[in-house]
Ligand binder design. Structure first.
Ligand code: NAI
Length: 478
């Protein structure tokens, strides 16, 4: 059996590496139009950072795992084709700002149709709006010259989380495969299930109809994001009342009906999927006339925007209502720890908010490159989800500096804002940092990872998200 995957990104690369690792009897080729990306996958400096990924790639690469730009050849030869291309939010036209732009998906489907001389199973790995399989089926069937070629479309959404992708792929909670309720559809489901059964217990391989599988992915992300927005909403109330959001989260998380996960209040959720998928879900609801349902889910995104804005206002308010010309050290730019991914990271909106008020942001992140940071801070909204984005020009910005040394980033700064929960931040010598900063020295912990009592003992004015406010901060707000 031969598998091809179109799209060598955060999903295509790691998922296919795991399939190849666990299925030595299957040849797996990941193809992409981005030559640099493919080159990087063939090197030991992979294009994405993910703990454990390099080891998996090194074990399978050259054995039964290959990365190539020869899309036509490998797609033409494959029995199963995963499609894992970008599905960005539309930036113009009907549905701009919410609907999914299926340009890249349709392009992939046209390519599959044009090179297919044998029947194929086409697997939706990208997150797509519900009913996409129907549209893709039409494109495939109308564009393939050979009437004997049959395309069976499956939905197999990816539930991995960046930062823990390898663990998630090795031991997934479940794998979901949706297919048509026909004999050939069910056969295709069984074929794909056999692949996963190489390492995943059968009871964790769930099957469904196509539309349920497509909708389950959007729903899963909407629910996860909703939990974050819910606890973030409560964090604002905690600050106003003297309650502590960690204590509230712990208390509710011990209820087995609620559970403890995804209850960490923070400066906001980020990542390539949550906002995009919720907006997409809302758009689908609107197009079928369910305005109230759409409005309900929009609120999850609005709350996230509010939380980022609230954080910026806290910083500015605490610093005597002016950050003009003040150096602010930003610790962490990635949207979460253990990844170099900055897509929709809350750090973008927070930095932009501070810069708008005249602050000079000095950014340190252990995994994100200066080019990426400058690109993210100057790009228009949703631009990051285009295949060419990582190659687009990166412009220096007047009030932004990127530092490779966290100590230098804090030197002469009025404040440190912790925006990503990198473990290394907990180990810093804050007493030494304090000495190098302008007084009063502020720390705004947007992830609640630092030892706040210790920081206060050193002399810092500490803002901890969702926690009772320092006396010093209260005065500024009354
Ligand atoms: P990505 O941007 O990292 O990778 C997409 C890749 O597809 C790019 O390298 C691009 O060059 C390539 N591509 C686009 N059109 C192509 C074409 N016609 N032929 C060959 N290559 C093409 O995106 P990522 O994060 O891997 O996401 C892919 C899909 O998976 C999206 O729909 C996303 O919503 C979904 N997803 C992402 C998750 C994540 O954690 N990043 C998790 C679950 C789903």
């Amino acid at each position: 059996m031969k598998i091809a995957c179109i799209g060598a990104g955060y999903v295509g690369g790691p998922t296919m590496a795991m399939v190849a690792l666990k299925c030595p009897d299957i040849e797996v080729v990941v193809v992409d139009i981005n030559e640099e990306r493919i080159k990087a996958w063939n090197s030991d400096k992979l294009p994405i950072y993910e703990p454990g990924l390099l080891e998996v790639v090194q074990e399978a690469r050259g054995r039964n795992l290959f990365f190539s730009t020869d899309t036509k050849k490998h797609v033409g030869e494959a029995d199963i084709i995963f499609v894992s291309v970008n599905t960005p939010t539309k930036t113009h036209g009907i549905g701009a700002g919410k609907a999914a732009d299926l340009t890249y998906w349709e392009g992939a489907a046209r390519l599959i149709a044009s090179v297919s001389t044998s029947s194929k199973i086409v697997v939706e790995k990208s997150t797509v709006p519900v009913k996409t399989a129907e549209a893709i089926g039409k494109v495939l069937r109308r564009n393939c010259q050979d009437p004997n070629v049959n395309f069976e479309i499956l939905s197999n959404p990816e539930f991995l989380a960046e930062g823990t992708a390898i663990e998630d792929l090795k031991h997934p909670d479940r794998v979901l495969i949706g297919g048509a309720d026909t004999e050939s559809g069910q056969k295709a489901i069984r074929t794909l299930a056999e692949v996963y059964a190489h390492w995943i217990p059968r009871e964790r391989i769930l099957t469904a109809n196509l539309w349920s599988a497509e909708l389950a992915k959007l729903t899963a992300n909407a629910f996860l994001a909703q939990r974050i927005s819910s606890i973030n909403a409560i964090s604002a109330l905690c600050e106003a009342t003297g309650a502590d959001v960690s204590q509230v989260a712990h208390a509710i998380g011990t209820d087995s009906r609620i559970g403890p996960k995804f209850l960490n209040a923070s400066v906001g959720f980020g990542g390539s999927c949550f906002q995009k998928d919720i907006l997409n879900l809302c758009y689908v609801c609107e197009t079928v006339g369910l305005k109230e349902v759409a409005d309900y889910w929009y609120q999850v995104v609005s709350m996230n925007d509010y939380q980022k804005q609230r954080f910026v206002e806290r910083v500015i308010g605490a610093m005597f209502n002016t950050v003009s010309q003040k150096k602010i050290a930003i610790y962490g730019f990635a949207f979460k720890k253990d990844t170099g991914d900055t897509r929709e990271t809350p750090a973008i909106d927070v930095c932009k908010g501070l810069i708008r008020d005249g602050a000079k942001c000095c950014i340190y992140d252990p995994e994100v490159t200066p080019e990426q940071i400058f690109r993210d801070l100057s790009a228009p909204k949703f631009e990051w989800d285009r295949p060419n984005y990582s190659r687009s020009q990166s412009h220096m910005l007047e009030n932004v500096q990127v530092q490779s040394d966290p100590i230098a980033a804090a030197e002469g700064a009025h404040a440190i804002c912790v925006l990503t929960e990198w473990d290394e931040f907990k180990k810093y010598d804050f007493a030494a940092l304090y000495e190098k900063m302008v007084k009063p020295a502020f720390i705004f912990d947007g992830r609640n990872i630092l030892d706040h009592a210790k920081l206060r003992d050193i002399g810092f004015i500490v803002y901890a998200l969702g926690k009772p406010l320092d006396q010093f901060l209260q005065k500024n707000y009354s």
